[in-house]
Design a protein around this ligand. Structure first.
Ligand code: NDP
Ligand code: OXD
Length: 325
């Protein structure tokens, strides 16, 4: 194998204030797994940018990475690379995204939780509890519901297969043809209508790209199946906020085109206090924490990739920049 050995620094750039992203914790984890390699938390005035060979980043400010002339690879500390793809000055080196069982399992937990919440009428039952009303409604079986997953990649494929094992009918939609056991697979613009017509609960795990921007809109919601025991279709979006037209979602909830939604992602994050999504009775809101990237799991993943790359091996999960994901 071609050795690419180096002691170049790993620069860590994190631009988030939420608890999961505390930069000091990420630095500590990287220090532990990177052996002798210097790990530098940016900004750091003492750093010579030429010493940086790798960058591990979450939402860096556009332009921040072009300072590193000797960069060999960028590791995005999440699965979605839309924030990086929006940076015109992103250096022309491999861009690696997260695809690890830890993240996949967390997302599948979120999807299963929210599919079950709507399927088992939890919004009605919690309201009944608050009002001390003992009026159980007919509960249909999981096999009466088709969950359609938009995006059959690392996350969507796993969520769909676990839902199928729970007894739901599972369908999925991707860009290119996929074959997944027990899942009815659709692909491309030519098959989206058939996919939507079969779907009672629509789960979105698409990446945000120019092609998918705004895809969750009234036209799409109006094509979902209206003849399931749910009464009206349900949307669950844990992809990215800009996939959804938020005015359409609220209007469709109000006129019955949608019966309920679970939203983990929003055009504006955090959501402003005045947003109707906080208080709408048919909305379950979570603060973009469907699947946290865990510092223990992801630092080990990045260090492992660097070690393999320097031993002459190939990087895994490299983003195809022409597709945008
Ligand atoms: P992958 O790249 O593994 O999968 C993406 C899937 O979307 C693929 O099946 C792909 O099709 C499909 N797709 C992309 N573009 C289109 C299109 N134009 N039409 C139809 N299908 C399309 O991504 P992951 O599964 O790892 O992650 C998905 C997204 O989840 C991330 O990009 C991120 O935005 C979001 N995410 C959210 C988190 C949260 O906490 N809320 C946490 C982690 C991720 P094909 O198979 O043909 O390539
Ligand atoms: C991700 C995310 O993309 O946290 O991993 O949203």
């Amino acid at each position: 194998m071609n050795q690419r050995k180096t002691s170049g620094a790993l620069a860590v750039l994190i631009n988030s204030t939420s608890q999961n992203w505390l930069p000091a914790r990420w630095k500590e984890r990287f220090d532990t797994v990177c052996g002798d390699r210097p790990v530098v938390l940016l900004p750091d005035a003492r750093l010579d940018p030429k010493d940086v060979h790798y960058a591990a980043v979450w939402k860096p400010v556009p332009g921040e990475l072009k300072a590193f002339a000797n960069l060999r690879a960028v590791f995005n500390l999440g699965a979605g690379v839309d924030a990086l793809m929006a940076d015109d000055s992103l250096p022309d080196v491999p861009l690696v995204r997260v695809a690890v069982p830890d993240l996949t399992n967390r997302m599948t937990e979120y999807v299963v939780l929210h599919v079950l919440m709507h399927h088992r009428q939890e919004l009605y039952l919690r309201q009944s509890q608050r009002e001390k009303v003992w009026e159980p409604r007919y509960q249909w079986p999981a096999s009466a519901i088709t969950v359609g997953v938009m995006g059959l990649g690392t996350l969507g494929a796993d969520a769909a297969s676990v839902l199928r094992r729970l007894g739901f009918r599972a369908a999925g939609w991707s860009r290119s043809p996929r074959t997944l056991e027990g899942i009815t697979c659709f692909h491309g613009a030519g098959q989206i209508d058939a996919f939507l017509r079969a779907t009672d609960i629509l789960v979105c795990l698409l990446p945000l790209t120019p092609e998918t921007h705004g895809i969750l809109n009234r036209d799409v919601f109006a094509k979902l199946n209206r003849n399931s025991p749910l009464g009206a279709p349900v949307l669950i979006n844990a992809g990215r906020g800009a996939l959804q037209n938020e005015a359409d979602i609220l209007a469709c909830l109000n006129d019955g085109t949608l019966g309920g939604v679970s939203l983990d992602v929003f055009v504006q994050e955090p959501q402003p206090a005045a947003s109707r999504f906080w208080t709408h009775p048919k909305v379950v809101l979570t603060p973009h924490n469907a699947a946290d990237t865990d510092a223990d799991a992801i630092s080990a993943y990045v260090a492992g990739q660097i070690a393999r790359f320097e031993a002459g091996g190939a990087l895994e999960n490299v983003v195809d920049r022409s597709r945008g994901y």
